[in-house]
Write a protein of this length. Structure first.
Length: 224
C-alpha cells in the first residue's frame, strides 16, 4: 500500500463503493493495477545544488471517491472542497504509512538517491479528481553542475499505476538545467506481465519484486 489505511480497511470500504463507481464511471475497476494516478515531478535547485523534488499526484475518480468516503468528507456545490474539509484532508493525507515508497525514485549515476519524508502536502479536488502535491528534499543536496539525473515515477507493487502527465518544471537557479519526460514504451514482455497481473485479486501482490518499475515513466534532468 502506498498511502492510506491497511489493506483490510481499504477493502471494507472498496466493496460497497465498487458497485456505485462501476455504475458511475466507465472502464474496469477490478483489474490490477487498481488505482490510477497522473501527475509528475518538478525539481528545486538552490545555490547550484539539486535540493528537492516536488511531486504531484492526481488520483482517478474511483480512488478520489474512496479517499473522501474513508475520511467522511464531501464536495461542496461547486464540486470542490470547503476550506475546513481541505484542511482536514491535508492533515489526514500527511499521515503517511510506514510502507510509503514514494513514487518518485531519483537516481544519479545509476545510484539511488535517498529522499527525506514528504512535507508540505497540499490537497484539492478538481474536475472530480483529488490532486495532492508534496515536497521531498534530498537527504544530501547534490551539485547541479554537469548533473545527469533520472526520476522514475512508479509504485513498487503496481497496485497504483502512475503516469507522468505534466511538464516538469525547474525552480530556483535553473537556467542551466532542462528536463525531458521519457514515456514508458511497452514491450511484448510487458504485455505478458500485465496479463498475469490482471488475474490478481485485490488481496494479492505480484511475486515480481519492484514490478512497478517495469512500467515506469521517467524524467531525465540535465544541468550544464
Amino acid at each position: 500500500m502506498i498511502h492510506g489505511l491497511t489493506h483490510r480497511a481499504r477493502m471494507a470500504i472498496y466493496g460497497p463503493l465498487m458497485c456505485l463507481v462501476a455504475a458511475t464511471f466507465a472502464g474496469p475497476v477490478v483489474a490490477h493495477p487498481h488505482v490510477f494516478v497522473d501527475g509528475g515531478v518538478d525539481f528545486v535547485v538552490e545555490n547550484d545544488q539539486l535540493a528537492a523534488l516536488r511531486v504531484t499526484w492526481v488520483y482517478d475518480e474511483f480512488e478520489t471517491l474512496y479517499i473522501l468516503s474513508s475520511h467522511d468528507l464531501s464536495l461542496n456545490l461547486n464540486g470542490g472542497l470547503g476550506e475546513e474539509d481541505r484542511a482536514a484532508l491535508e492533515q489526514y493525507r500527511s499521515d503517511w504509512p510506514s510502507d510509503f515508497d514514494g513514487s518518485a525514485h531519483l537516481k544519479i549515476d545509476n545510484q539511488q538517491i535517498a529522499l527525506q519524508w514528504p512535507t508540505g502536502l497540499k490537497a484539492d479536488v478538481l474536475d472530480g479528481r483529488l490532486k495532492i502535491t508534496f515536497t521531498r528534499e534530498l537527504q544530501q543536496t547534490v551539485p547541479a553542475s554537469d548533473l545527469a539525473a533520472s526520476v522514475a515515477f512508479y509504485e513498487s507493487t503496481y497496485f497504483f499505476a502512475f503516469s507522468i502527465t505534466q511538464t516538469p518544471e525547474i525552480f530556483g537557479s535553473s537556467s542551466a538545467c532542462s528536463a525531458e519526460v521519457i514515456k514508458h514504451d511497452p514491450t511484448e514482455q510487458d504485455e505478458q506481465v500485465q496479463a498475469a497481473l490482471a488475474k490478481l485479486s485485490r488481496e494479492e501482490t505480484s511475486s515480481i519484486a519492484n514490478v512497478g518499475a517495469l512500467f515506469a515513466d521517467r524524467i531525465e534532468l540535465k544541468c550544464d
